[in-house]
Design a protein around this ligand. Sequence first.
Ligand code: SF4
Ligand code: SF4
Length: 197
Amino acid sequence: MEIETIKLKDCDPNFAKEIIGAGGKKANVCFQCGTCTAGCPTVYAMDFTPRQIMRMVNLGMREQVLQSGTIWVCASCFTCQSRCPRGVEITSVMGALKNIAIREGITPQNKKGPAFYNSFLEVAMDHGRIYEPELMLRFAGRSEKSIPGALKSLSKDIPLGMGLVKKGKMAFLPHSFRRPEQLKIIYDNIRKMEGEK
Ligand code: SF4
Ligand code: SF4
């Protein structure tokens, strides 16, 4: 196993404070119990677990954390935040990290996280809720390098999608919704937060 040495000169001692300032309350009081990781439903797809991210934040590993795919995979479900014995607002930490990464134009090696995030936001904005077929279409278009690649990726999801439609778990056509102007205010605020210093 390769062991990586953390060099103090590469660490930012103010990183945890920066995250607290950006909305991730109590980011500096984590005592590494791992409860957040144990309950996280998307940990299987993360490159660093939520506990590891909290450790890295407190060590000041700014670059590694902001390049991590984890912050894009977090589903903002609040399970970790509601269970943390130290009251660390982990979901808000993840959100703050994502906003900083967007603002500074930092993307993870695996571009699928940002592609999914942006596709999800756009579909929710257009339909008032998630309309899966369009989400997968936009995601494939963004995350694959070529049209054949996107079609291949989509074709893998078709059997699953058909199964969901048959069981009534997924709508074949998008839902209509009232007051799109109110949703636009939320969407604009999200994009504003991503651009705020
Ligand atoms: S649950 Fe809270 S204290 Fe425990 S590792 Fe996660 S952030 Fe740290
Ligand atoms: S908010 Fe994010 S990190 Fe926390 S449990 Fe949910 S998906 Fe995992």
